[in-house]
Design a protein around this ligand. Sequence first.
Ligand code: ZN
Length: 145
Amino acid sequence: MHKLKGIKRLNKFLINMKWDDGLDATVKIAELRKACPCEECGIARNNPPNPLALPVIKNGEFEIEKVEPIGNYALKFTYKDGHDGGYYTWDLLREICEANALPPDEIERLEAAANSDPTPQSNHCSGDDSKHDPDDPRCCHDIPD
Ligand SMILES: [Zn+2]
């Protein structure tokens, strides 16, 4: 099993994960949310809504409020719409990384989009080490061995 070494929120759209075998994957936070392991989301995935109904996207659904390491095997994400979706084990995170890692030009495009968004981005350092607060559970995490 692969082990997660660190997680960094790059901006409101993107999160970066580094693994013990050197995999360095940046994925959309929306992909994390779509893979939410909680029961509620599992049921929703297995019962797709009426295709004729308009999709409802909740405000903050695809933004992260808080990241919490759970022991040495999982992370818990709390989303800005208030959803805290169960435990994302290393195995699940690895699957998400392998299936959704973005190519560099797509990362650049989303970085630019996030930078041009005037909404202030709270609770994390956006990868800027001088603003990083290791004691703040809402910020980035290195995963200890
Ligand atoms: Zn969920």
